[in-house]
Design a protein around this ligand. Structure first.
Ligand SMILES: O=C(O)C(=O)C[C@]1(C(=O)O)C=C[C@@H](O)C=C1
Length: 395
C-alpha cells in the first residue's frame, strides 16, 4: 500500500487518467512514471488529492484535499512505504511511449509549467504564447524547470524582468543551473486589480495580500491607501487566500482573471503606478529553437571575463562593431566562485567579486554578424554559453 499526493497534470475537466512521476528530483533521475486510471474530473486544477494505491497498482481511495493550495511541492511527490514491507513491483517505472512524447506544433496539448496558482500572470503569459495549452501550476520555479527536464511538461514560462521593477535575479541564476534552452519570450501588459470579497468596499480594507513584485509595481497607490502589505507566493494565491479566508478587511492585488476564478469582486482596476507596466517572461524548452531570419530574433547569452582593464568594454565592443543592438545586460555573482584573488604579493590578499554577465542582443544566430560576434567574444571570455535564440515578442 502506498500513498501518493498529487496535482493533476492534465486538464482536470477532461482527465480520466493521470500519468504522475514518482522521482527523486534532487538526484535528477528520470522516467519513474506511474499511470493512474481514475476519474479526476471533479478535481479542480489548483487542488491536490491523496491517492492510495494497492500493491497491485490499483487505486483503493482518492481523497480530495480541502485546502486549495498545498505548501508541499507540487511536482515533488514521495511514495510513503511502511518500513519492512515488501517492494511493490507493480509501480516500477513504465516506459514512455511515442504518444507520451508527442508534442504537436499548433499549441494544443502542449503542457506549460509555471510558478503559482491559476490566474497568476505567469499562467496568463503561458496562455498568450500557447492559447490552447494546458497550464500546469508549480509550487516554485525550481519545480517548473524540473517538470520540463523530466518530460512532465513540454515548456516552462517564468518572469525575467519588469519595466518598472527590473530583473528577476533568482531566475537568471536558475537559467545557468539548468540546461534548458530559451525557446521564446512573452511581453505581457500587467494590469493589476484590487480585489475583495463580494459586498466589501475598498475603504474597509486593512490588509492587502500580493506578490512582492506586484507591491513594487503599485507602490504609490498602496502608500496613499495606507494598508498593511502581506507577501504571498504569487498574485493568484493571494486572491485565493482572500477568497477562502472570508475576511472582509483583507484584499488582494491580482489579475482580473484571478478575480473570476476565485469569485472575488474587482474594487479598483489598473492600480499599478505606471500604465506601461510590462513583464517579460521566458519560455524554456528541452530543445533549442532553430533560428531563422524570417522575423526579428533575439539571442540571450551568458559569459564571464578574465580580469583586466577594459575587458567589459571589449566584450561590449564585439556587438557595437557589428551594429548589433543590445536590449538587456545583467550581472550576477558567480555563486560557485564569488571571489577571485587578484593580488597576494603584499600583505593580505586583494580579492575582487567575480561576476557573470547576461546579455540579450537583437540578432539571429543565423546571421553571420551574430556568429562572428560570438567568435570574437570567445577569444577573451573565460566561459560563454548561448542560452537561446528566439523570435522577439511585442505587447
Ligand atoms: O504573481 C504572479 O502572478 C506572477 O506571475 C509573478 C510576477 C513576477 O514575479 O513578476 C509576474 C508578473 C507581475 O510582474 C507580478 C508578479
Amino acid at each position: 500500500m502506498a500513498t501518493l499526493k498529487l496535482h493533476p497534470f492534465q486538464d482536470s475537466a477532461r482527465a480520466s487518467s493521470l500519468s504522475v512521476a514518482i522521482s527523486d528530483y534532487g538526484s535528477g533521475s528520470t522516467g519513474n512514471f506511474l499511470s493512474l486510471r481514475h476519474d479526476f474530473t471533479r478535481l479542480r486544477k489548483w487542488e491536490s488529492c491523496r491517492v492510495v494505491v494497492s500493491a497491485q497498482g490499483a487505486i483503493t481511495s482518492v481523497e480530495n484535499e480541502k485546502h486549495a493550495v498545498d505548501s508541499s511541492k507540487t511536482i515533488n511527490r514521495t511514495l510513503e512505504e511502511p518500513k519492512g514491507s515488501r517492494k511493490d513491483l507493480s509501480i516500477l517505472p513504465k516506459p514512455l511511449s511515442a504518444t507520451d512524447l508527442h508534442s504537436p506544433n499548433d499549441g494544443s496539448k502542449v503542457r506549460v509549467a509555471y510558478q503559482g496558482s491559476p490566474g497568476s500572470y505567469s499562467e496568463i503569459a503561458a496562455m498568450k504564447a500557447y492559447p490552447k495549452c494546458e497550464t500546469v501550476p508549480c509550487d516554485d520555479f525550481e519545480a517548473a524547470f524540473k517538470a520540463v527536464e523530466l518530460w512532465l511538461v513540454e515548456k516552462a514560462v517564468l518572469p525575467i524582468e519588469n519595466s518598472v521593477g527590473g530583473s528577476n535575479h533568482r531566475n537568471y541564476d536558475l537559467l545557468l543551473r539548468h540546461r534548458l534552452h530559451i525557446a521564446g519570450e512573452v511581453q505581457l501588459q500587467v494590469n493589476h486589480c484590487l480585489l475583495g470579497l463580494q459586498g466589501v468596499r475598498k475603504e474597509q480594507l486593512k490588509n492587502v495580500l500580493s506578490h512582492p513584485h506586484a507591491f513594487d509595481q503599485c507602490e504609490m497607490t498602496l502608500s496613499a491607501f495606507g494598508v498593511m502589505r502581506i507577501n504571498s507566493e504569487d498574485t493568484a494565491t493571494a486572491a485565493q487566500i482572500v477568497a477562502s479566508s472570508g475576511k472582509r478587511d483583507t484584499g488582494a492585488i491580482a489579475s482580473a482573471r484571478a478575480a473570476e476564478i476565485y469569485g472575488l469582486n474587482i474594487l479598483a482596476e489598473n492600480v499599478q503606478d505606471n500604465d506601461n507596466n510590462i513583464t517579460r517572461f521566458l519560455i524554456l524548452a528541452r530543445e533549442p529553437v532553430i533560428p531563422g531570419t524570417d522575423k526579428l530574433y533575439k539571442t540571450s547569452i551568458v559569459f564571464t571575463l578574465e580580469e583586466g582593464p577594459g575587458v567589459l568594454f571589449k566584450a561590449l565592443a564585439v556587438f557595437a562593431l557589428r551594429e548589433i543592438n543590445l536590449t538587456k545586460i545583467e550581472s550576477r555573482p558567480q555563486k560557485q566562485r564569488p571571489l577571485r584573488v587578484v593580488d597576494d604579493s603584499n600583505e593580505g590578499r586583494a580579492k575582487y567579486f567575480d561576476y557573470l554577465f547576461y546579455i540579450d542582443f537583437e540578432a539571429s544566430m543565423m546571421e553571420p554578424r551574430a556568429q562572428s560576434a560570438m567568435a570574437h567574444l570567445q577569444e577573451f571570455a573565460r566561459f560563454l554559453r548561448v542560452l537561446g535564440c528566439y523570435p522577439v515578442d511585442k505587447v
